[in-house]
Design a protein around this ligand. Sequence first.
Ligand code: BES
Ligand code: MN
Ligand code: ZN
Length: 513
Amino acid sequence: MMPSITLTNKEQELGHLVVLASKITKIPAGVLSTAEKTFLKTQVETLKLDVISFNRLSYWVYIYFPKEEKDVPKKLEASRKAGDKIAGLLNGQKASRVAVFDAIGDPATVLAFAEGMALGSYQFLKYKSEKDKVNTLTDIELYSTALENADDPSPVTRHASPVTHHPSPVTRHASPVTRHASPVTHLNILTHAVSTCRDLINEPNSWLTAPVFASEVEKMAKDCGAQVEVLNKQKIAALKMGGLLGVNQGSHEPPTFTVMEWKPADARNTKPIVLVGKGVVYDTGGMNLKPGDSMMNMKDDMSGAAAVAATVWAIAKAKLPVYVVGLMPATDNRPGVKGMVSGDVITMHNGMTVEVLNTDAEGRLILADALSYAKKYDPALVIDLATLTGAAVRAIGKFGAVAMQSNASKELEALQKSGFGVYERLVEFPMWDEYGDQIKSDLADLKNLGPAEAGMITAGKFLEKFTSYPYIHLDIAGPAFIEKRDSYRGQGGTGFGVRLLFDFIVNFAKNNK
Ligand code: BES
Ligand code: MN
Ligand code: ZN
């Protein structure tokens, strides 16, 4: 479970405390005693640490002094990482709740810190018999007048009360005022969405088949009030989605195509933003079987679809006034007696023919059908997310995603801005025609395999052939899944894309009033 984050101004109970501070002198007297501040001063001066801790018998106090940083995205990322680090220490102390006192007065820093704490506390323990290392943190209480004021422009009568440091009997006030305000509400929704996304990615194929994925998305849609429809194999066949059917041919499980729709009455857009996610629940490579270790993490090949489901869930939960549609084609990719073989020709949803020269280039086949299907919505913009190529991983690693666009340069600019803000960064690669020439087939309209070079670009070019609207392609193969824990990103599925798209949609709503 994700800890929940609340903005509060009730009298602080005695307990674990984090103070965010720029200067020791800015910490109110009620929060730290003079003796504690003197101790801090020597610690800061001698050790030059950004996190300092001491205990008050049964409770711990952590002070975070962010290093000076002019680059705002970098500053916020440092806060998230500090939040993760301190959450780790608190979970180690078996703490269940913590108060975070803001002595900086910067709402963005407080929110980023809390985000790091929450996301860093994520665990996937479903298959562990011994649940001894369970993270205990369930409540993160924020005390921040700056955040209250930023939240609600109307006059605030109650202020965050200084936290008492006296280990004396605690006076509990009769009616504490706990208010959930919009940025904090958004943050809670978002951290829960990331958690759900990670769960879906971390689930192995032994449980998460395409039909199970679809039914999980149905549950999510019911929970957030979005519309949902699962197209079964029969419907997929009736729609002539030859790409999705072809990839599914070797499987013992049917494919699914899940449509999730959030269309609020107050939507700012009449043409929807369509999000498309690659939902290969397991990629063995098919007949072009992946060798050895390269198959190890291929349960992550539905990370794009998981991110789409989680993003639409978050948008609906937050009741954002934006019309969005999520399209999630899903199947596993396996060798089987009926499986596609190299050289097969398939006919796609839009009628184009594709020579399948490598069954391991399956993602573009199922996505192409979804992108072609998206035309029926007359979309303002389509963004797809896919763990599409090893070439993307080789090009930029796990620190960002490959982005490509056609007729959507302004939109990609806005998305890249969100990317720096939430630290899910994007690097644009070109849609030059010459790369398109490299996927022309002698036998059919297209082939699903390009040359060894620039594989992430020829894959994007392949997808573009099935679009006729402003389009952004995101190859998230690098950052979607990490083997070694990386701060608040955790280990395993990271949920890459959810925070990015949510921020983009929030800004879209703001800019289209
Ligand atoms: N799912 C893989 C891409 C991938 C690689 C995702 C590493 C995550 C980590 C994709 O379906 C694939 O197998 N791509 C092939 C394409 C090639 C055969 C043209 C690849 O990149 O090797
Ligand atoms: Mn593959
Ligand atoms: Zn794949």
